[in-house]
Ligand binder design. Structure first.
Ligand code: HEM
Length: 516
């Protein structure tokens, strides 16, 4: 740079020429940009329900069952729908192409988050990487997670995953009822061990899972509730004991829980790391590479909340598919047994030899998907899509449920048909996992761990157990399936028994009992 300026200063003629060129380019750019900005201001917003003066679409906006209302709007207004709420613009994307265009091809301008004052401030979630705005802390935290559970390193956690899944298989032998809470606990235990290792005292381990479960029980419904404090933040300062201040009591408890899940395990892990007792773990990897940083602490602290509910929902969906579709269950069983010969437990490394099971896993993510409305992104600059203007600060909701059900893509979306991923047809289909795990710069930071853990739990269950209804109950009908109305939803009324497939399974379970 210095050299170039020196050279230009040598020649006044060159300097004048360059100055003129820069001025000309500057003038053209300025007028070009003005024109683009004028043109984009002239562009219409996407279509949507008619708005009322001042309150926009507040009266149309659902208080629950967002997915169902978003699908009704898709029928009426098409691939991209805009909704105006007081102080907030929102678009709903109902097309795979538009989602790619906006969220994956323009990652840096659509990676913001917008979280209400209640969750962010009153409940004390400012530290969470899932809710953070893009910037130095967020990118540092993502870099750290990529190092520890990205595609290169995730395999190093296989022994922990396999050991815990064997334990889960033993529990299933005596289990009947709704499997979701059991999956939540088991996956939570895996996330804790992968994150902090096996040496964290077991007393803390139990505390950690119950703090995390309690905070999830507070924050999940809070996302979908209306909070006056979001509109009038000064309410934050009223005392918690005041009548009507329930939101403050929720906030105080959540803030306390957040402190526990952030500091307590990290401090203990740092002590164990110093004394050389920590053992293999994500926290150990990060302490070795980055030292005891606040970014590492927060990146690790969010993993239970971000990873257990979500992965448990995916595994519950897999179990539900095994129950609803006995033919599919039998084929997964036969495929796994053809690899293990029924004489050993399945291993994570068996996966490349399980193409049919792989197709079932994909179809489980697609059919009646367990996460129909994606986590919203926010634009940080004006964008133009399909001739519509999307202003900076707009919340973007990808309607994953519709996209995964779109007959233009899937032909017969209502059918659970894993074979669609095994024929030439597959070449023109998106991978449902790439939709469900989210988009662009915010794509799920734990997707490799989730995919590895969820697939292994699902296929190991199918290999060892026939998933059956409770005694005397008939098999539910797939077309009547209903789902809970939460972000990572589960089938309503799902109940199952796990019947060992044959005597080889009983032998395996007996041997496993001696090992774990
Ligand atoms: C089947 C299981 C899972 C599903 C379906 C899932 C889905 C998602 C989705 C949709 C997002 C938001 C993406 C977006 O904004 O576009 C996300 C973010 C995230 N997930 Fe997952 N997730 C799963 C499991 C996990 C696991 C096991 C972990 C870690 C242990 C994890 C850690 C995270 C983190 C840290 C983020 C925040 C990323 C960011 O905002 O930059 N997830 N996940």
């Amino acid at each position: 740079m210095e050299h170039t300026l020196d050279r230009l200063a040598d020649s006044p003629l060159k300097l004048a020429g360059v100055t003129l060129s820069i001025a000309t380019i500057g003038y053209a750019l300025f007028h070009g940009l003005k024109k683009i900005s004028r043109r984009s201001n002239e562009l219409p917003p996407p279509p949507g329900p008619p708005r009322h003066f001042l309150i926009g679409n507040l009266l149309h906006f659902p208080k629950d069952h967002f997915y169902e209302r978003f699908c009704e709007w898709q029928k009426e207004y098409g691939d991209i729908v805009s909704v105006e709420l007081p102080g907030t613009s929102m678009v709903i994307l109902n097309s795979y192409e538009i989602v790619q265009e906006l969220l994956n091809k323009k990652p840096s301008s659509t990676a913001g988050r917008k979280i209400g004052y209640m969750i962010y401030e009153v409940m004390g979630f400012q530290w969470s990487p899932v809710l953070a705005q893009p910037g130095l802390h967020h990118s540092n935290q993502r870099k750290m997670l990529r190092r520890g559970i990205g595609p290169q390193r995730v395999g190093s956690h296989d022994p922990i995953i396999e050991k815990n899944i064997t334990k889960l298989m033993l529990t299933l032998q005596r289990f009947q009822g709704d499997p979701h809470p059991l999956m939540l606990r088991a996956i939570g235990d895996i996330v804790i061990e992968v994150t902090y290792g096996t040496k964290l005292p077991s007393s803390m381990n139990r505390g950690l899972s119950s703090w995390n479960i309690e905070v999830m029980d507070l924050v999940n419904p809070a996302f979908f509730a209306f909070w006056l404090v979001d509109i009038f933040p000064f309410l934050h300062f009223i005392p918690s004991w005041m009548p009507g201040a329930k939101f403050k009591r929720i906030g105080d408890r959540s803030t306390w829980l957040c402190k526990q899940i952030r500091y307590a395990p990290f401090e203990k892990a740092c002590e164990l790391h110093k004394s050389g007792e920590l053992g293999h773990s994500l926290v150990g990897d990060l302490l070795d590479e980055f030292g005891p940083s606040g970014d590492a602490m927060d990146a690790l602290a969010i993993l239970y909340v971000a990873g257990s509910d979500t992965t448990a929902a995916s595994v519950t969906a897999f179990i539900n598919a095994l129950l609803l579709f006995p033919d599919v269950s039998k084929k997964v069983y036969e495929e796994v047994i053809s690899v293990t010969d029924g004489t050993r437990m399945p291993r994570i490394s068996d996966r490349p030899n399980l193409p049919y099971s792989e197709a079932v896993w994909k179809e489980v993510f697609r059919w009646n998907t367990f996460t129909p409305v994606a986590l919203p992104h926010v634009t940080n600059q004006d964008e133009v899509v399909n001739g519509y203007l999307i202003k900076a600060g707009t919340i973007i909701n990808a309607n994953n449920g519709f996209i995964l059900n779109d007959p233009r893509i899937w032909g017969d979306p209502e059918n659970f048909r894993p074979e669609r991923f095994l024929t030439d047809e597959a070449n023109s289909l998106p991978n449902p996992l790439s939709i469900v795990f989210g988009y662009g710069m915010r794509v799920c930071a734990g997707m490799y761990l989730a995919d590895r853990t969820g697939f292994h739990i699902g296929t190991t269950i199918a290999a060892l157990y026939d998933v059956a209804t409770l005694e005397g109950k008939s098999r539910p009908r797939p077309e009547l399936a209903e789902y809970t109305d939460i972000m990572f939803r589960t089938p309503v009324g799902l109940e199952a028994r796990f019947l060992p497939r044959d005597s080889r399974t009983l032998d395996l379970l007996r041997d496993a009992k001696l090992e774990v």
